[in-house]
Design a binder for this molecule. Structure first.
Ligand SMILES: Cc1cc2nc3c(=O)[nH]c(=O)nc-3n(C[C@H](O)[C@H](O)[C@H](O)COP(=O)(O)O)c2cc1C
Length: 210
């Protein structure tokens, strides 16, 4: 009996020492989530290696685990990793806009398509006028999950304009979003073939209010 009491007392002392240490040292600021967030950059050059569907499914599942207002999940997601389809849409896009900035994108080394060369493109639509914020959170979850798996990404707002044109309409139809959903943005994914430097961030935009 005495021995059991001694073990219990020892366990309590050990636990209090450990908890005191946590209080004094604080949370681990060098953890994997922080590292993943700080290491992410928009990637625009990718290896040919495709992302297999099992890996992509995990990224998508992380996406839909993002918070949404009243858990309405006001998003629809379409995944395209058919390289011919991505190339075909890119050609139509270039023909439609005939603008020098887009032509310059095509002339860059390693050009694959106008979705910033991604091997997998995820198209995200929001419900009516709602859900833009929710769709943003969904996207960042996917981007960070991908980053943690060694997969790069780039948010794509520009290419969405194409789907609003007559030339883009057949492709928007092919994405087959429900009638009350509007294509909002896309995210390109792939195995990175470049390591871009971090762009500057303006920390003066953060203020504590007393
Ligand atoms: C809503 C949104 C739309 C974007 N659209 C494009 C785009 O069409 N093409 C592109 O190359 N990058 C696009 N980007 C990527 C930004 O240029 C990039 O996030 C920004 O320059 C900061 O760089 P970083 O992501 O490497 O930190 C977009 C980003 C966001 C959030």
């Amino acid at each position: 009996m005495k021995r059991i009491s001694r073990i219990i007392i020892l366990a309590i002392i050990t636990l209090s020492v450990v908890s005191c240490q946590n209080e004094t040292t604080g949370p681990n600021k060098d953890n994997e989530v922080i590292k993943t967030i700080m290491a992410r950059r928009s990637v625009r050059q990718y290896k040919d290696t495709p992302i297999d569907h099992e890996t992509m499914d995990l990224i998508l599942k992380c996406g839909i685990n993002a918070p949404s207002g009243t858990n309405a999940q006001p998003w629809e997601i379409r995944v395209v990793d058919n390289q011919e389809l991505l190339a075909e849409m890119s050609e139509k896009m270039l023909a439609e806009f005939d603008d020098s900035r887009m032509a310059q994108v095509k002339s860059l080394p390693g050009y694959r398509n106008m979705f910033r060369n991604a091997t997998t493109v995820v198209f995200i639509a929001n419900n009516g006028n709602l859900g833009r914020l929710d769709c943003g959170l969904l996207g960042e979850n996917m981007i960070l999950a991908a980053q943690s798996l060694g997969i790069g990404s780039c948010c794509l707002g520009g290419p969405i304009n194409f789907f609003r044109t007559d030339a883009g309409k057949p492709y928007l139809d092919k994405l087959n979003f429900s009638a009350d959903y509007t294509l909002l943005y896309a995210i390109g994914f792939g195995y990175p073939d470049e390591s871009p430097e971090a762009k500057p961030r303006d920390e003066s935009k953060i203020k504590y209010i007393e």
